[in-house]
Design a binder for this molecule. Structure first.
Ligand SMILES: Nc1ncnc2c1ncn2[C@@H]1O[C@H](COP(=O)(O)OP(=O)(O)O)[C@@H](O)[C@H]1O
Ligand SMILES: [Mg+2]
Length: 604
């Protein structure tokens, strides 16, 4: 389920894409029709201006009179009516245009918002594997820009398409009204000018796709710059990152320029063809005037319409090409929509209290479906016991505990709570029954209290106080001016490692889940903060079933059972006393290598 960098599998499947976007458009249909309805007179008003030129020149300039419905219009009357009339027309057009813009922006933003909300809901429920597989930049660009560009331009394009079409029709009417012979010449020329557009659609699709890919890569690099700023400074990687981003920016540049190169010639070519048309019209028009078949007013009105016609026709062509990018954006959005969490929530069992027995039964697991990481893992834990997973790094300990809350699902075998497969337990209930503390815990932007409340939104101030105390945070918060209401920055930037860890422990504490998972929760800390964090952890472990991955000897000593993991296999199970006595045993080996000097240190 990896996002394709250039995915446009459905970009040409217009029917399918319109069907997908329709539910978002449906509640707004009335407003949309209103927008389109407003676009019609907007377009027609162009023609009106050209239309009045004929009476203006024939009557006002040349002094003829015309009769409309038994009404004889003289030079005096028209000279007074036409100029203010044009201003009134423009005024009406202005008001309509404002209404139209307001409505269409409102509609497109509304559509984009609902798409984004739904998309985010989808994203936030996706499984860990999705986040392993897809870079943040790619996902961010699909989330932020694609819904915007799709919904914004879908309404705008249709709106301008309608204005342009009616404007073109109105102007063509004026052309025909003045002289059908000339109109024929004009229309043929316009059609010729219009043809090159159709060749361009595919090219545009390719380039606009590529440029969003590169855009996504830039976002990823930017995110890395943010999160990795200390590593970047420490390893003096600034120039490397700079070069990388520079390359990406240049790549976007050349992609965008290649789009311009492919499409930029369109407008000049159309101009040239149009001017040839006008030249032709002038030649033919000259003959018609000479032979008395055309008045000067008609000719002026005709030429004006023809000139005015260029704009809407060009815009129709542009809209049609824009439409293609809309469909590209839509197809990208809906591709993301079709991602579903691979962690199915079909179970109905609710966990009310700690299971008497948690069992891993022949569990096999692979992250990528190819390389198996865990092979036939089997062991069990009784209620209230502490089980320690030990083994060399990379052996699969973290992977094992990540299977418990179903961040990933096992490929073979099963994890059983009192004999019930965890896949048959309601997912929220399962996850509510487990609290985790990792080596590096993510904290959210906000206050200490906000972060602790993530463990249980309904916790009272009393509960929080207790959790602070149990996590040995109270002394620290008491010293702060705002106490637990102190802001801690992005991912706890203003806290020390040990303090962050204790906030995470308080969060787990207030969740009060019967099962606790501790994955190297103290290994990133120095001795002094480790001691206090360990005290906090001891509180968290009390009366719970605990899975602990530890590098600390005392934790392992106190465990009811030790499971030794080596290269994805369980190699030994037992208590410290049992395992230490296995000659040439893995645990004994590990103990001698890792833990013995800790013991020596403690003796000092
Ligand atoms: N998200 C992941 N995607 C792919 N492979 C992973 C992922 N996390 C860990 N691994 C691989 O799984 C193996 C076991 O890793 P892990 O469970 O973290 O070991 P341990 O916690 O014992 O150090 C390693 O080979 C590691 O490269
Ligand atoms: Mg690990």
């Amino acid at each position: 389920m990896k996002l394709d960098k250039i995915s446009t599998k459905t970009a040409f499947d217009y029917g399918y894409l319109l069907k997908r976007i329709f539910p978002y458009i449906k509640p707004l249909l009335f407003r949309i029709f209103l927008t389109f309805f407003l676009a019609v007179p907007l377009g027609l008003l162009d023609g009106a201006t050209a239309f009045v030129l004929k009476p203006y020149i024939d009557v006002v300039v040349n002094g003829n009179t015309i009769t409309v419905f038994d009404l004889t219009l003289t030079r005096d009357i028209l000279a007074k009516i036409i100029p203010p009339g044009i201003v009134v027309f423009a005024g009406v057009q202005g008001v309509l245009r404002y209404l139209n813009t307001y409505l269409s922006d409102w509609i497109s933003l509304t559509i984009a918002n609902s798409v984004k909300m739904d998309l985010f809901k989808k994203l936030v429920f996706l499984d860990s594997k999705f986040y392993d597989e897809n870079s943040s930049g790619l996902v961010i660009s699909r989330f932020l820009s694609d819904p915007d560009s799709a919904s914004r331009s879908i309404i705008n394009s249709i709106k301008t398409l309608i204005t342009s079409l009616t404007s073109a029709l109105g102007l063509i009417f004026v052309l025909l009204y003045n002289s059908w012979e000339l109109a024929l010449v004009g229309v043929i020329v316009l059609v010729c000018a219009f043809l090159p557009m159709t060749f361009l659609r595919k090219k545009i699709k390719e380039v606009s796709n590529l440029s969003t890919v590169v855009g996504g890569n830039i976002t990823t690099s930017f995110n890395e710059t943010y999160h990795g700023n200390k590593i970047i400074s420490g390893y003096n990687l600034q120039n490397d990152i700079y070069e990388k981003v520079k390359r990406l920016i240049r790549e976007t540049f050349s992609l965008q320029m290649s789009l311009t190169k492919r499409t930029g010639w369109l407008s000049p070519i159309m101009y040239i063809i149009a001017s040839i048309g006008i030249a032709f019209v002038m030649l033919v028009g000259n003959n018609l005037i000479m032979s008395g078949r055309l008045t000067t007013g008609s000719f002026a009105s005709f030429i004006t319409s023809l000139l005015l016609l260029y704009k809407p026709v060009k815009s129709i062509g542009q809209d049609l090409t824009n439409m293609q990018s809309i469909f590209v954006a839509l197809s990208r959005v809906f591709e993301l929509f079709d991602f579903n969490s691979r962690i199915e929530n079909k179970g109905e069992k609710i966990i009310k209290s700690a299971p008497d027995k948690i069992e891993f039964k022949n569990v096999c697991f692979s992250y990528d479906g190819e390389k198996e990481i865990l092979h036939n893992i089997s062991f069990d834990v009784k209620k209230g016991q502490t089980i320690a997973l030990v083994g060399n790094s990379g052996g699969g300990k973290s992977t094992i505990v990540n299977l418990l809350p179903r961040f990933y699902d096992v490929n073979k075998g099963a994890i059983l709570f009192d004999g019930v497969n965890i896949k048959d337990i309601e997912l929220n209930s399962l996850r509510n029954s487990i609290s985790e503390v990792f080596q590096d815990n993510f904290l959210f932007t906000g206050t200490i209290k906000d972060n602790i409340l993530m463990g249980n939104k309904n916790a009272s101030d009393e509960d929080i106080k207790k959790a602070l105390k149990m996590a040995h945070l109270d002394e620290f918060t008491d010293e702060l001016e705002h106490g637990a209401d102190t802001f801690i920055g992005e991912n706890g930037a203003s806290l020390s490692g040990g303090q962050k860890q204790r906030v995470a422990i308080a969060r787990a504490m207030i969740k009060d889940a019967p099962i606790t998972v501790l994955d190297e929760a103290t290994s990133a800390l120095d001795n002094k903060s480790e001691k206090i964090v360990q005290k906090a952890l001891d509180n968290l472990m009390k009366d719970r079933t605990v899975f602990v991955i530890a590098h600390r000897l005392s934790t392992i000593f106190n465990a009811d059972k030790i499971v030794v993991i080596d290269e994805g296999r369980v190699v030994e199970i037992g208590t410290h006393e049992e395992l230490i006595n296995i000659p040439e045993g893995k645990y004994r080996n590990l103990y001698n290598m890792q833990f013995k000097n800790q013991e020596d240190l403690q003796k000092i």
